[in-house]
Design a protein around this ligand. Structure first.
Ligand code: FRU
Length: 485
């Protein structure tokens, strides 16, 4: 089936119900489907949007194209939770149903204001010559989840190209600020553009956030600012960033800066750190973070990359979201940990002291391992019986190295960007790993969230052996994880 432009942008009402049901069945019945992470009910999902707390519950939405594994006409699908782990799907919430978002309700954010949830997002509009205008739209969601009063707030100013999107709404001392990803017309570099408003109606541009003298690639997508333990953390995706400025492996990176503070009026970070990768694995992009009413910072990521195909494209669905990660700062370093309620999904605790950990892990589990100092070897996940196929976690706790290798993990993804990711550990020290597997998704939290390795993998679904390749001094616990969706 060929995905022509006409087909990708066909209004949802023109698709018949039977096609949608078939697509839903394909997504639901796939052995690669996730069961305790947010995932598509059909078609493709990408960025998390509108991550917020409103009316006594957490809310998150995701970008969705329900009719295939392509980036077509986007909308927002709404999920609600009281513990950031058990989510209820409330269905389509922001539809591409006005002139300003006629070619997609693109990414944005949300904030509770006066008993309603204010949504701020980019309306993707294209004219008959396919020339794009990025409209920044405000809308209101009531307590019943009904979205209304969509209003265009502003569009790209003269000095910014059509690449101007993904607003995050923030309130600081009674002033509303919005930060957006932008590309300037003069040099075609990526920026975070700051806007402000007193009433959410009249908006004025404050200027580009000062990110230093080096160009931040050709475009920044999905910028977020969040407060973490008294610091300001800026999370963003600088597309086309020169690797001499900050190294990364994926097609596009998801990075962060920690600063002591932000001076909004002068659009400056106070004492900013260098750029760091948010995730040391594969496939993490468009992370969205927010501060809950008690100040806690939470983040959730798209596990999927732009301009990348995945094996489930053949089944007409693609991608998922990460679990929610709590952000803290320890010794000046950003720490990402599972939220405490993740433990409520654990079932059937089993100590795993031996080389052989599970013969049939079942695809949906958490494995907590502490590997002693001075051990070297490979942990095979999702392995077949002769270990010729598996997702490999290679460790060397003498030199201090950990590698996630998906070269022999079945169907391959984005091999041009490398099949393994390596991170550095403290030398000659034990390492603690919390490994979450959800069928074709792995998230490894290293040393209580000092580093995280996330990635998709597509081994044969029946290959469910977990074993070390040799005797390894370790302590371990295995739990099956409950299905939430
Ligand atoms: C990032 C992104 C955003 C855009 C959205 C459209 O993945 O390209 O910049 O708003 O996806 O789905």
């Amino acid at each position: 089936m060929e995905w022509t432009r006409e087909k990708r942008y066909l209004p949802y009402s023109k698709w018949d119900a039977e096609t949608l049901l078939d697509l839903q069945a394909q997504a639901a019945n796939s052995p690669y489907q996730m069961h305790y992470h947010l995932h598509p009910t059909s078609g493709l999902v990408n960025d998390p949007n509108g991550f917020s707390f409103f009316n006594g519950a957490y809310h998150v939405f995701y970008q969705s194209y329900p009719f295939g594994a392509v980036h077509g006409l986007k909308s927002w699908v709404h999920f609600k939770s009281t513990d950031l782990v058990h989510w209820i799907n409330l269905g389509l919430a922001v539809k591409p149903d006005t002139m300003a978002d006629s070619h997609g309700a693109y990414s944005g954010s949300a904030k509770e204001i006066n008993d309603k949830l204010f949504l701020m997002y980019t309306g993707n509009y294209r004219d008959e010559n396919w020339v794009r205008t990025p409209y920044q739209i405000g809308a209101w969601m009531d307590k019943n989840g009904k979205v209304s009063d969509k209003t265009v707030l502003f569009k790209n100013p003269d000095h910014i190209t059509e690449h101007f999107r993904d607003p995050q709404i923030i309130e600081e001392n009674g002033i509303y600020y919005a930060i957006l990803g932008a590309q300037d017309k003069a040099e075609k570099h990526g920026h975070i553009d700051v806007w402000k408003s007193l009433d959410l109606k009249d908006w004025e541009e404050v200027g580009f956030l000062d990110l230093g003298s080096e160009p931040m690639g050709y475009m920044i997508e999905c910028p977020n600012i969040v407060k973490v333990d008294g610091k300001v953390v800026v999370i963003f995706c600088p597309q086309g960033l020169d690797k001499r400025i900050a190294d990364y492996d994926d097609i596009y990176p998801d990075m962060y800066i920690i600063a002591d503070d932000i001076d909004w009026e002068n659009h400056k970070l106070i004492n900013p750190s260098p750029l760091h990768n948010l995730d040391e694995g594969f496939d993490v992009y468009a992370t969205q973070a927010f501060n809950a009413p008690d100040g806690t910072a939470y983040a959730i990521s798209w596990v999927g990359l732009p301009d990348t195909t995945y094996p489930t494209d053949d089944e007409n669905w693609a991608n998922c979201l990460s679990q929610v990660k709590k952000l803290t700062i320890r010794d000046g370093q950003l720490i990402q940990t599972p939220v405490p309620s993740m433990k409520t999904l654990r079932r059937g605790e089993e100590k795993v002291p031996n080389k052989l950990i599970q013969t049939n892990a079942g695809g949906q589990y958490e494995l907590e391992l502490t590997i002693a100092a001075n051990q070297m070897g490979t942990l095979h996940l999702a392995a077949n019986s002769d270990l010729s196929q598996s997702l490999q976690v290679k460790f060397d706790t003498t030199k201090g190295q950990l590698t996630l290798d998906r070269k022999q993990a079945g169907k391959q993804v984005a091999v041009d960007y490398g099949t393994s990711r390596t991170l550095t550990l403290p030398k000659q020290e034990a390492v603690k790993l919390n490994i979450f597997v959800d069928h074709s998704l792995v998230e490894i939290f290293v040393n209580d969230g000092e580093q995280v390795l996330t990635g998709r993998f597509f081994t044969e679904p029946q290959d469910q052996l977990i074993t070390f390749d040799q005797e390894t001094e370790h302590e371990g616990t295995f739990w099956k994880m409950e299905t939430i969706l």
